[in-house]
Design a protein around this ligand. Structure first.
Ligand code: PLP
Length: 424
């Protein structure tokens, strides 16, 4: 029988050669040169297996997409059961699945949201959040932080780092203003200088290496938004869905956003899905002109079945208890590793299972990533601050798996330190 994971190719070398030729030459080469020659074959739970057989515990989870593991059987069942009766549906019409999911999201949110809109990705949801804020305020300016990452579509990419906007001529400095993270004075100045439609903030900026917001920083931004009439958009694409130990990380900051954006894990890694939760005012266009924004695949009915199952599992007592146990085990284990290697692992940024490990070199997370890869753990460096390794463990990990990850991490920390000091 042919190997289903090879999709007709003879072996891994053939996949890589064709990938370099027909898919993405630069990206294909990048990973070979970074000593992460991964082509994912089998994927079950938190384990990925390269098509040549190398097993990896996934601590990248594609930003939380696989919070509940790869091919979670309950989610596969939700999708296949849904497919017995539904397809994506027709976004023009009311639908029981779509409405029931909206009601579930609102009931679980713990925030005074009243409207839900859907998207097919985080980026599309961010674009719609910005459009909603502009409609609600009649203003154009959007304020984000430097090194922000909110996706790659038209409006989302303009909020982010020049690294991704300039080369496509998608930067728009006249409409999109950026201020340094954790600099409240700069935020105050930007908000008071000219009327803004919104401030958009990741609660803990992932691609920037998960720097933690200073105590009171996000609440002070909320207050400045109220003072100046701007809306607060919380991008919880990576930080949401229980990664912080609460459903939304923003709730732990005592901030009520006007719009909350969720995606990635909401589709359980098997269906592309995103959603915006909005106050009535922020979602005003839905009352006044419901046809103002449309997207054929958004709010897909089978997708709603998956997202609904994701929410059920994520918020179950059992999952919440497990998340808290895993958080504690990592907090202690990481602190111990740091104590033993304090000159190399110089910082731990942890809010629940949102974790950044800071190393003592400008590109320090890269050798740690490749040493981890050799030892069977997949974790990625932070694109916009490669000192920091993004460390994003799954919500359903067992205590044994956590111990195993910590042991391999310490081995990789030890192995990577001399490599780096030779380079510096
Ligand atoms: C915080 C954040 N917002 C938005 C996005 C965009 O999501 P997507 O890739 O689904 O468009 C990402 C993607 O990584 C993200 O990390």
């Amino acid at each position: 029988m042919t190997d289903p994971y090879l999709a007709g190719f003879s072996d891994k070398a053939a996949v890589l050669a064709a990938s370099e030729r027909y898919w993405n030459p630069d990206k294909t080469r990048f990973w070979q040169e970074a000593n992460v020659p991964l082509v994912i074959g089998r994927r079950e739970g938190y384990v990925l297996t390269d098509i040549n057989g190398h097993e990896l515990i996934d601590v990248h989870l594609n930003g939380g997409t696989y919070n509940l593991g790869h091919r979670n059987p309950d989610l596969i069942r939700a999708l296949t059961d849904g497919l017995a009766y539904f397809d994506i549906g027709n976004h023009h019409f009311p639908s029981p699945s779509r409405t029931a999911l909206a009601m579930k999201l609102l009931a679980l949110s713990g925030q005074p949201f009243e409207r839900v809109a859907y998207a097919t990705s985080g980026s599309e949801a961010i674009d719609l959040a910005i459009k909603s804020a502009r409609f609600a305020t009649g203003r154009r300016r959007i304020i984000s932080i430097r090194k922000a990452y909110h996706g790659h579509t038209g409006l989302a990419v303009a909020t982010g780092d020049e690294r991704f906007s300039r080369l496509f001529l998608a930067d728009r400095p006249e409409e999109f203003v950026q201020v340094p993270f954790n600099d409240l004075d700069a935020m105050r100045e930007a908000l008071r200088a000219e009327p803004a439609a919104a401030v958009i903030m990741e609660t803990i900026p992932a691609t920037y290496g998960f720097p933690l917001p200073a105590p009171g920083y996000l609440a002070a931004i909320r207050a400045l938004c109220d003072e100046t009439g701007a809306l607060y958009i919380a991008d919880e694409v990576q930080t949401g869905l229980m990664r912080s130990g609460a459903l939304w990380a923003i709730s732990r900051q005592n901030v009520q956003p006007d719009i909350l954006v969720t995606s990635k894990g909401l589709g359980g890694g098997i269906y592309p899905f995103g959603a915006l939760l909005m106050t009535k005012q922020a979602g005003g266009w839905l009352d006044q002109d419901g046809f103002a924004h449309m997207s054929t695949f958004s709010g897909s009915e089978v997708g709603c079945h998956v997202a609904s199952a994701v929410l059920d599992i994520t918020t179950s007592e059992q999952t919440v208890a497990n998340v808290h146990a895993v958080i504690e085990q990592f907090a202690k284990g990481l602190a111990d590793i740091r104590a033993r290697h304090a000159d190399w692992l110089v910082g731990i940024r942890q809010e629940g299972l949102i974790i950044g490990l800071e190393f003592n070199a400008a590109q320090g997370a890269k050798p740690v990533m490749s040493e981890l890869y050799k030892r069977g753990v997949w974790a990625i460096f932070s694109t916009l601050d490669p000192r920091v390794l993004q460390f994003k463990p799954g919500l359903l990990l067992t205590s044994g798996q956590v111990g195993d990850i910590l042991q391999r991490l310490e081995d990789a920390v030890v192995a990577s330190a001399p490599v780096m000091s030779e380079r510096v």
